[in-house]
Design a protein around this ligand. Structure first.
Ligand code: 13P
Length: 276
């Protein structure tokens, strides 16, 4: 089937009261392993290309890989840009066949975030492509870039942002962070519910690695419809490789790495669907 848009899979999530995983991919083996899990669980999936992957390999090969994977998949697959840095980058991704782009202006002054987000939405919607925006910068380390400081979204800003920007999904800071949490994350569920009650589009939780299952499932009940997982995917892949490094056999190493990613993706999919 053709690639799906973010809007299409988030509609499914809304109907089923679940969240769709947005897994970051950095090579060919990771999306292959994720797709095995997604097809076994019959769950749509968002294959996410982030700034780290773009730095490492540009946009030369991964979009082609994702498009081919989507064509032969039995479940809807979205090709998504993570933490897009500019209008220009969004346009490059639209041309490369992405079906969803995130523009992250959360580190800019509010008015600038609104202005750039509107421009990205106008271009993407003209091409039938979905857009995720962000408010309340999410701290932590993402693709080598470190952000710190307050990350609780301001409800007044959410209201004003949504009046001005017709985005298809909104990432919000509610105490979540990229990377591995020190201790248990402190998520502000009341703030999440308040965002939902403002009539926000489907809400996105970044920093999904390491958030305990009960917190994830509570967030899904309160309206989170997309959850991003990057760090745990990379760790699973690397630990899989390491477990087989003694074989000195590249296929055994890739096999172990893919099994580890497949198991992780299955666990997250089931968790986000409230299956276990
Ligand atoms: P983690 O690396 O913490 O899973 O965060 C992923 C993410 O939010 C990507 O945008």
């Amino acid at each position: 089937m053709a690639l799906a848009t973010l809007r299409e899979v988030l509609e499914i999530a809304g109907r089923t009261n679940t969240a769709i995983p947005g897994f970051n991919i950095d090579n060919i083996e990771i999306p292959e392993a994720i797709m095995e899990a997604a097809e076994e669980e019959n769950c749509p999936v968002i294959l996410t290309i982030g700034q780290g992957a773009i730095h490492a390999g540009g946009l030369r090969h991964l979009p082609d890989v994702v498009r081919r994977i989507g064509e032969s998949s039995s479940v809807p697959v979205v090709m998504h840009l993570d933490h897009g840095i500019s209008y220009e980058q969004a346009v490059v991704c639209l041309r490369a066949g992405f079906t969803s782009v995130m523009y992250d202006g959360s580190h800019h002054p509010f008015e600038e975030n609104v202005r750039e987000s509107r421009a990205v939405v106008r271009a993407a919607h003209a091409a039938g492509i979905s857009v995720e925006c962000e408010l309340g910068a999410i701290s932590g380390v993402e693709d080598g870039m470190s952000h710190s400081g307050a990350n609780l979204v301001d409800l007044e800003e959410v209201k004003r942002f949504l009046e001005a920007v017709d985005c298809d999904a909104l990432a919000i800071g509610i105490g979540n962070a990229h990377g591995i949490y020190r201790g248990t994350p402190d998520l502000d569920f009341a703030r999440l519910a308040a965002c939902r009650d403002l009539g926000a589009p489907p809400l996105v939780l970044h920093g999904g690695s390491g958030i305990p299952k009960d917190m994830i499932q509570k967030a899904v009940r309160l309206g989170i419809r997309k959850i991003n997982v990057a760090t745990e995917v990379r760790l699973a892949f690397m630990e899989g490789l390491e477990s087989a490094v003694g074989t000195r056999d590249i296929y055994a190493m890739y096999g172990a790495a893919k099994s580890a990613v497949r198991a992780l993706a299955k666990e997250k999919i089931r968790m986000f669907q409230n299956k276990e």
